[in-house]
Design a protein around this ligand. Structure first.
Ligand code: DGL
Length: 271
């Protein structure tokens, strides 16, 4: 029996953890933020894959049978290789799930104009994962993307709510909307971005829906556990949550407590 592992390059996955815990409070959770090596967005495919595999192995070693990559960049660049090549060798009875598939499965439902915009990191945008997956589930939808390389650093460094931060954010949102004025649904395709959701909603024209992934991923996990009772039976249920970070715990605890709205006391690890 073990906790559900939740992994992100930094603080972003906390937005997913929060919604998952709200929906499934009975389970135990172990969060790992690789804050020392964030952001992952500009890193190569190989490096994101290597870092993500190290984090997954760490969570497996700490007893997790199920790990959620609460990071779009890792889901785009590492998930498939880990599922297909690594898991059969290192842990055939454990599972790793991502955040892109659940989001793309559902997003077509939100759009009436069938024009969807994606805001994400450079890595996620370059992988074209959203474009490919949305086309698969919603062939009638057109998808445009825009990479926001400054947003994760702004959030990791708690500088997003500054004059300069707001200007960068507004510029990126406007650039996306200019690419296709019919966009009526914007997916925040990076788990850091929900922190900016309220501000983004003040920038977009009326009628444009801004979608973050937490609730979608939580519902999808609940459904997954219902469909996979063998996995569900391996998950412990004491309602606990623990945090691991590759950065200084002082910095992590302060930032993560703000994200979670409750006090966080993390353990430092070296990956
Ligand atoms: N939260 C990660 C994501 O969803 C951020 C990636 C990064 O570290 O650049 O893509």
């Amino acid at each position: 029996m073990g906790a559900i592992g939740i992994f992100d390059s930094g603080y972003g996955g906390l937005t997913i953890l929060k919604d998952i815990r709200e929906k499934l409070p009975a389970y135990d959770y172990l969060y790992l933020g690789d804050n020392a090596r964030a952001p992952y967005g500009p890193r190569s495919f190989d490096v994101v894959y290597q870092y993500t595999l190290e984090a997954v192995q760490e969570l497996f070693d700490r007893g997790c049978h199920l790990v959620i990559l609460a990071c779009n960049t890792a889901s785009a660049k590492a998930l498939r290789t880990i599922q297909q090549n690594d898991l059969p060798n290192i842990a055939p009875n454990r599972r790793v799930l991502g955040v892109i598939r659940p989001s793309t499965e559902i997003v077509g439902q939100y759009s009436r104009s069938k024009s969807i915009g994606i805001l994400a990191t450079e890595g996620t945008v370059a992988s074209e994962s959203y474009v490919i997956e949305i086309k698969k589930f919603w062939p009638q939808c057109s998808v445009v993307q825009h990479a926001c390389p400054l947003w994760v650093p702004l959030i990791e460094n708690n500088e997003y709510d500054t004059h300069a931060g707001r200007e960068f954010i507004e510029k990126d949102v406007t650039t996306l909307l200019k690419k296709d004025p019919k966009i009526d649904t914007i997916v925040l395709g990076c788990t850091h971005y929900p922190v900016l959701q309220k501000y983004i909603e003040t920038i977009v024209p009326e009628g444009v829906k801004v979608v973050s992934q937490g609730g979608i991923v939580a519902a999808s996990l609940e459904d997954y556990l219902r469909r996979h009772p063998w996995m569900d039976s391996k998950l412990s249920r004491n309602g606990s949550v623990h945090y691991l970070t590759s950065e200084s715990t002082d910095i992590f605890n302060k930032q993560a407590s703000e994200f979670m709205g409750s006090s966080v006391a993390a353990t430092h690890i070296t990956l």
